[in-house]
Write a protein that binds this ligand. Structure first.
Ligand code: MN
Length: 242
């Protein structure tokens, strides 16, 4: 019988070796099965784990300053990983003791913390100073769903900039419908459609931009478009459509 822990360990073994874009391409060539979520979120014991940043703190300068990346990674992403683990521990204890008094608290913490971990992991790999534009099958799919890359950009920027409070602009692919879609996410876990695989996520929590841009969220969002790692977005799209 396969337990959930076995499943997590097997998943970790599969995705652990293909954590980032470059290795994803290698995995495709060697016929290693790839996941809809080609990120290493957990360690070998099934605990959520924080991957090292794929670049130095100052790698996204001048669009995102080094201090912002340092604070963002260490004091916003990292605590979310801890919160997700704590929530799962709380739920495990509740099952063991039969005391579900805090079940609502831990379920909310799990949704928030784990969604934060998932989105931040994608965000870091979605960015690099390489810049550029989407090409190939991803570009074709963007044009099919949004008419043109420019129309997509305007839609994505508008949805991201107008998030109420803290949240994310998300480009995702829903395997069930075969559509790319823009979602506007509040906090880390609200306003999704179940099953959508995020392939490009733009963080508009104030911690992501306030040191440099203060209240000028639109300026930050527009600047982000110059540092999107479209190879990473394309690799995620390929994995989601496989
Ligand atoms: Mn963030």
């Amino acid at each position: 019988m396969t337990t959930r822990r076995d499943f997590l360990q097997n998943s970790a073994a599969v995705v652990g070796s293909i954590a980032l874009t470059s290795t994803l391409a290698q995995a495709k060539e060697s016929n290693v099965p790839t996941s809809l979520y080609p990120d290493k979120l957990i360690d070998d014991t099934g605990k959520y784990v924080l991957l090292p940043l794929p670049y130095a703190y100052d790698a996204l300068e001048p669009v995102i300053d080094a201090r912002t990346v340092e604070l963002h990674y260490n004091f916003h992403h990292k605590p979310a990983v801890a919160a997700a683990n704590k929530a799962e521990d709380g739920l495990t204890l509740a099952r063991e003791t039969g005391d579900f008094a805090l079940v609502k608290h831990y379920e909310k913490e799990l949704a928030l913390g784990l969604s934060s971990h998932i989105l931040h992991t994608i965000y870091w790999t979605n960015l690099s100073t390489k810049g550029g534009n989407p090409t190939g099958s991803l570009l074709k799919e963007i044009e099919k769903n949004f008419k043109s890359f420019d129309k997509f950009k305007v839609h994505m920027a508008a949805a991201t900039t107008s998030v109420e409070g803290a949240g994310w602009g998300i480009l995702g692919y829903l395997p069930a419908s075969g559509k790319l879609m823009v979602l506007q996410c509040e906090n880390h876990q609200k306003l999704t459609a179940w099953g959508v695989v995020p392939i490009l996520v733009l963080d508009v929590w104030e911690h992501a931009y306030y040191l440099k841009y203060q209240n000028r969220r639109a300026e930050y969002v527009n600047s982000l478009f110059s540092i999107i790692n479209w190879d990473n977005v394309a690799a995620r799209f390929d994995a989601a459509t496989r």
